[in-house]
Design a binder for this molecule. Structure first.
Ligand code: FES
Length: 172
């Protein structure tokens, strides 16, 4: 799919976007589930910044397939922890890469939706799927400590990336 299709997806109704989003995640599952480490979504060109570590309260009891909102690195920085059905953890900043609004997880479509300009990110990798954002959601770097405690220890500021519809060859 070429970049001309971005305009096509920007015109989709919210319902169509949700359907498209869920379908795309399912169709690309083989590609995306290959990652077994929460930090593998960090690419070499991303900028990694370490912050004072903070324990993510409640992470150890998070059930597979569930999510948990938290704040990191400050109380004013919304973030989300996701636990896949395989038990794998991932965390993202919830600050939209377009203009900084807080994105919300839509569990039914497995997407993050931005209320400000309808930007949409996939929940598995944080990649842009629709709208004006041109960067993925930033990744919160995680560390598992003794007793299964999960700590946030830094943030990877992600650079421009291919729109996910291009990475998986679009949907038909
Ligand atoms: S701030 Fe999220 S799409 Fe503009």
């Amino acid at each position: 799919m070429d970049r001309n299709h971005e305009g096509d997806t920007d015109q989709l109704s919210p319902t169509t976007r949700r359907t498209f989003c869920a379908g795309l995640i399912l169709s690309s599952a083989g590609l995306l589930i290959a990652s077994t480490n929460a930090n593998e979504v960090i690419a070499a060109q991303d900028s990694l910044v370490m912050y004072p570590p903070r324990k993510i309260e409640g992470a150890e009891t998070l059930l597979p397939g569930s999510s948990l909102y938290f704040n990191y690195p400050t109380r004013n920085d919304p973030a989300v922890l996701l636990r896949s059905t395989d038990g794998e953890y991932r965390a993202y900043s919830r600050r939209c890469s377009h203009a900084g609004c807080s994105v919300d997880l839509d569990a039914s479509s497995r997407c993050f939706q931005c209320p400000c300009h309808q930007g949409t990110f996939d929940a598995r990798m944080g990649h842009v799927m629709f709208g004006p954002p041109r960067r993925p959601l930033d990744v919160i770097v995680l560390q598992v400590r003794a007793g299964g405690q999960l700590w946030a220890i830094g943030k990877s500021f992600r650079r421009d990336a291919e729109i996910i519809t291009e990475a998986v060859g679009g949907v038909d």
